[in-house]
Design a protein around this ligand. Structure first.
Ligand code: BGC
Length: 770
């Protein structure tokens, strides 16, 4: 905070002039809020980001990762954290980032990103946790708890439906309301309602034609009224187009400074922006400044003796632990009778791949961190190995085919014999970034040819992957016995890889995203990133495994998949349901036993299927998970709670979550495609009534507990004949009544009588300002 005598939000707001209030709703500079010195209002500093602190040290320039930033621990990217399925670990990473932020007098860290990975082509998927809203919500919440426990505010981003980088500042995500609530808003809802984040960041894109920053449905009706959010809505950097429209829509703070404060003053004077709306935004910005001041008195001008100490060595060790915990062992086939991994740390080893010497461990754009140190995989492997470890680059990072050919032949020659070959492959920096999308899911052709030739020369090949978004392994993985995906693993990448390959650590990750065989198999294939400024989310709620499962499209590796170095059994599944309808809860218990020979961790995944749904629902959805670590032979009874949301769907007509009584299957699995045990349970309760109108069919009237008797009374015996007739029963009652000469006034009485006891239906329009 610049200025250390900040006064309380409530006191200050009433004493400010209209001009001062307007100034507070836009940044003071690229990263600070606006101070009002005469009124004793300090400014606070915000910085990226999700992978580690990016506090810019020089001229800010633009936000896309340009300009220097102070050294900070570069933790694994969100893809890796998401694959850890470990809220405790993610919370600890959040805490460490917050301590580094406190040491740099940063009040708000612009993280976490909880957008859903709608398509694997999104260039920014490395910054997001999962394709699944439950997993994203729980891990995003853990990150926020970690940050805020240290007195640093979070900024949950990018709200909402910001799922593509192409045309990201204009694209309209055209999504139906049920899909928004069940898939694209659910993780935000979880973080907001359980984590009280200091800020939420409104995204660049439009939702159903209205910019997120101006979208009163999103920011007022959903975020504030339905979820009770009372923090600051800050715009993404450059997401405001019109200051008054943004304030009306529900954005409190435009970042960085945008336009002229006079536009806000003029709008108030002209009556197009109610002053009460401006006052609310100012109150929230001042409350944020107060919150920051209370957590870190003095802010940016506090004396050095108040500074937080950072143990960089401990943070590096945490980055190393997290990198191993998020790495997914996709396959580990036997070679010569035993799984290839882990290696013993001795014996002849060859390391191949430029990425082993020049690692890629973080993504490009605004999340880019200036790391405090980098563990290079080749160095770490050499250090871990008893014998000499030769190296062959095998390919160039820019994929120049001439040079690649020569490097490839040299690598293949070196691989002959009975060495174990560790081949590090991955996506070059230019393949994925914030700001643009990918066009395919393949590794560079030179790398594919390399691995194919290597494995033909020597079957003992371990592929270690470095990539932010997924790569499809179809062209090369069948012959390769072991594939370990480390994602973009942060600055401890090298030591983490050495830990994993030698078995000092186990690969703790499970896929947070399905890996398909082909791009054409992906759910949003037909409309990603979109056309003519619109992306139509035609796949609806069928995102990720929800799509592959119902379409029976086998993926290369399913959601939730990942191997360790030991084996587990899950037994004695029991599910106890209590309560009914919208108060239902269920307690799921299962015994997990380590049946292998090494200590390791198992991720219990609980999926729920709705067998009686009146809307199209996914075959199963992840609703709870837990990670347990067990010694060989040890068992633990794991208990997980399912709340009403585990059974609910968003009713598009009633525009609310409903739990439809009926039968559900609760399963535990090793992945979405590998369910190990299932129990069918019944949820009791009153059936969901949708309101009857003149447009409701005779069958719908007949089936309704209130409408049925009303119909019988009004139509007498003919009512029963009509409902049992397969053709007549499908006719809307209003049409039938008209044809039968039934008086319109009587029909309206009937509809009113049915409505008196029914639920209220609304028009179901989502996302547009109304
Ligand atoms: C990104 C945000 C980031 C902001 C500030 C924007 O371009 O979308 O995620 O926090 O810049 O760097």
């Amino acid at each position: 905070m610049a200025g250390n005598d900040s006064v309380g939000a409530g006191d200050a707001a009433g004493r400010l002039t209209l001009e001062q209030k307007a100034s507070l709703t836009s940044g003071g500079d690229f990263w600070h809020t606006q101070p009002v010195e005469e009124a004793g209002i300090a400014s606070i500093l915000m910085s990226d980001g999700p992978t580690g602190l990016r506090k810019q040290s020089g001229e800010p320039g633009v936000s896309l990762g340009m300009g220097q930033s102070v050294p900070a621990t570069c933790f694994p990217t969100a893809t890796s954290l998401g694959s850890s399925w470990d809220p405790d670990l993610v919370r600890r990473v959040g805490e460490a980032i917050a301590r580094e932020a406190r040491a740099e007098r940063v009040s708000v860290v612009l993280a976490p990103g909880v957008n859903i990975k709608r398509s694997p082509l999104c260039g920014r998927n490395f910054e997001y946790l999962s394709e699944d809203p439950h997993l994203s919500g729980e891990l995003g919440l853990a990150f926020v708890h970690g940050l805020q426990s240290q007195g640093v505010g979070a900024s949950v981003k990018h709200f909402a439906a910001n799922n593509a980088e192409t045309d990201r500042m204009r694209l309209s995500a055209d999504v139906d309301e049920r899909t928004l609530h069940e898939i694209y808003l659910a993780a935000f809802e979880r973080v907001v309602t359980a984590g009280d984040p200091w800020t939420v960041m409104a995204s660049y894109n439009k939702i159903n034609g209205t910019y997120a920053t101006e979208n009163a449905w999103l920011l007022r009706e959903v975020l504030r009224d339905a979820w009770g959010f009372d923090g600051v809505v800050v715009s993404d950097w450059g997401a405001v187009h019109d200051r008054a429209a943004a304030l009306r829509g529900g954005t409190d703070l435009a970042m960085p400074p945008f336009g002229d404060d006079d536009t806000v003053v003029d709008a108030v004077l002209a009556g197009t922006l109610p002053e009460s709306v401006l006052d609310e935004a100012v109150r929230r910005v001042l409350a944020l400044v107060d919150r920051a001041e209370a957590a870190a008195p003095g802010g940016e001008v506090a004396s050095d003796s108040d500074a937080v100490d950072v143990d960089h060595a401990a943070h590096h060790a945490l980055a190393r632990e997290a990198a191993a915990a998020g790495s997914v062992l996709l396959k580990n086939d036997p070679v010569g009778g035993a799984p290839l991994l882990p290696l013993s740390g001795s014996g002849a080893l060859l390391v191949v791949g430029e990425l082993a010497r020049t690692p890629r461990f973080q993504g490009s754009g605004s999340s880019r961190v200036n790391p405090t140190q980098v563990d290079v995989p080749l160095d770490a492997l050499r250090e871990a190995w008893a014998d000499d470890v030769p190296f062959e680059p095998g390919y160039t990072l820019d994929g120049s085919s001439e040079e690649d050919r020569a490097l490839r032949s040299a690598a293949v020659e070196a691989a002959r014999g009975n060495r174990t070959v560790v081949c590090v492959l991955g996506l070059p920096e230019s393949y994925e970034s914030e700001g643009y999308d990918r066009t395919h899911l393949d590794l560079p052709p030179g790398q594919v040819e390399l691995v194919q030739e290597l494995v033909a020369a020597n079957p003992r090949v371990v592929v270690v992957l470095a990539n932010g978004g997924i790569v499809t392994p179809v062209a090369w993985s069948r012959e390769v016995p072991a594939v370990l995906d480390t994602w973009l693993a942060g600055q401890a990448v090298g030591s983490a890889i050495a830990d994993l390959l030698t078995g000092r650590a186990e690969p703790g990750g499970r896929l947070a995203e399905t890996i398909p065989f082909r791009l054409e198999d992906t759910p949003a294939y037909l409309d990603f990133p979109g056309h003519l400024g619109h992306s139509r989310y035609g796949e609806g709620v069928f995102v990720g495994y929800r799509y592959y499962d119902v379409k029976h499209i086998p993926p290369a590796f399913p959601f939730g998949h990942g191997l360790g170095y030991t084996t587990f059994a899950q037994s004695d599944l029991s599910v106890e349901v209590t309560g009914s309808g919208e108060d239902v809860t269920a307690t799921v218990s299962v015994t997990v036993t380590n049946t292998g020979g090494r200590t390791g961790s198992e991720t219990v995944q609980v999926y729920v299927s709705d067998l009686d749904a009146p809307v199209a629902r996914p075959a199963r959805e992840l609703k709870a998970f837990a990670k347990v670590r067990l010694d060989p032979g040890a068992s633990e009874r794991v208990t997980l709670e399912l709340g009403p949301r585990a059974f609910a769907y968003w009713h598009p007509g009633l525009r609310r979550w409903v739990v439809e009584p009926g039968t559900f299957t609760v399963s535990i699995g090793a992945s979405s495609a590998d369910l190990r045990r299932s129990v069918t349970v019944t949820v009791e309760g009153d059936p969901i009534r949708t309101p009857l109108t003149a447009e409701s069919t005779v069958a719908e009237w007949g089936a309704d507990p209130v409408g049925g008797p009303l119909l019988a009374t009004a139509f007498g015996e003919r009512g029963a004949t009509l409902t049992s007739n397969p053709i007549a029963s499908e006719v809307p009652l209003g049409v039938l009544a008209g044809l039968a000469g039934f008086p319109r006034a009587k029909l309206e009485v009937l509809v009113d009588a049915a409505r008196d006891t029914g639920d209220t239906e609304t028009d179901g329009t989502a996302g547009a300002t109304r």
